[in-house]
Design a protein around this ligand. Structure first.
Ligand code: G3H
Length: 256
């Protein structure tokens, strides 16, 4: 049985005050909620503070980060290494988000390199994949997702997906309020799982596949009712403790 994972990607939002408020609010809202892993990925600047606050509260919330670079140390101005993320207690690291692929020209190969680097350092890659609106309209969704996954599978073997997380995020649904229907998302999730199953049924059976793109408390239940949707990667709704906790609760209830 796959354990659901609901992760909040705060993107470029936050302040010291907001980190404190959100963590406090989430801990209160999530008290007694079982059967779901909940993770937050604040901006890297706030990992230290988040780690301290989560520790003090003995929180079950997992700490994540929004990116990693591909060098361990040295003359790489502005880069962040896996060991630095580990040093601050981050375990779940988002890579390949469409915003990084688009705004920072990150290729499938480069994202796959990050994936390998995280695995090498014992961190959990949360690998984002998904198609643009034009690719969706051209019927290329499954091919795009397969290509993005194959960048990892063909270089590191399908077993590399063991313990990793995949986040299917149709780009046209991100931050637009135009979420994929639960049925459409399920169809793509099933295709993604089948693509992996063609190499290893065992890996496919165990890998957590999250949906991301305008997930809100109002639509969360419908996604989690789908057999191949194992959680969510949440942007906007993760910036509010009540909304984010409601999504996590919906996952716990649907997958119990
Ligand atoms: O990483 C999260 C996604 O990009 C979803 O963002 P959103 O929930 O604001 O649409």
């Amino acid at each position: 049985m796959r354990r659901p994972l609901v992760m909040g990607n705060w993107k470029l939002n936050g302040s010291k005050a907001m980190v404190a408020d959100l963590i406090k609010g989430l801990d209160a809202q999530l008290a007694g909620v079982e059967g779901v892993d909940v993770a937050i990925a604040p901006p890297v600047m706030y990992l230290d503070l988040a780690e301290q606050l989560l520790g003090k509260a003995e929180s079950k919330i997992l700490l994540g980060s929004q990116n990693v670079d591909v060098n361990a140390s040295g003359a790489f101005t502005g880069d962040i290494s896996p060991e630095m993320l580990k040093d601050f207690g981050a375990t779940h690291i988002i890579i390949g988000h469409s915003e990084r692929r688009d705004y920072h020209a990150e290729s499938d190969e480069y994202v796959a390199k990050k994936f390998a680097f995280l695995k090498e350092h014992g961190l959990v890659p949360v690998l984002c994949i998904g198609e643009s609106e034009a690719q969706n309209e051209a019927g290329e969704t499954v091919a795009v997702c397969a290509r993005q996954l194959d960048a990892v599978i063909n270089t590191q073997g399908v077993e590399a997906l063991n313990g990793a997380v995949i986040a299917y995020e149709p780009i046209w649904a991100i931050g637009t309020g135009k979420a994929a229907t639960a049925e459409d998302a399920q169809r793509i999730h099933a295709e993604i799982r089948a693509h992996i199953a063609a190499k290893s049924e065992e890996v496919a059976k165990n890998v957590v596949i999250q949906y991301g793109g305008s997930v809100k408390p109002e639509n969360a239940e419908a996604y989690f009712a789908q057999p191949d949707i194992d959680g969510a990667l949440v942007g906007g709704a993760a910036l509010n403790a009540e909304s984010f906790a409601a999504i996590a609760k919906a996952a716990a209830a649907a997958k119990a």
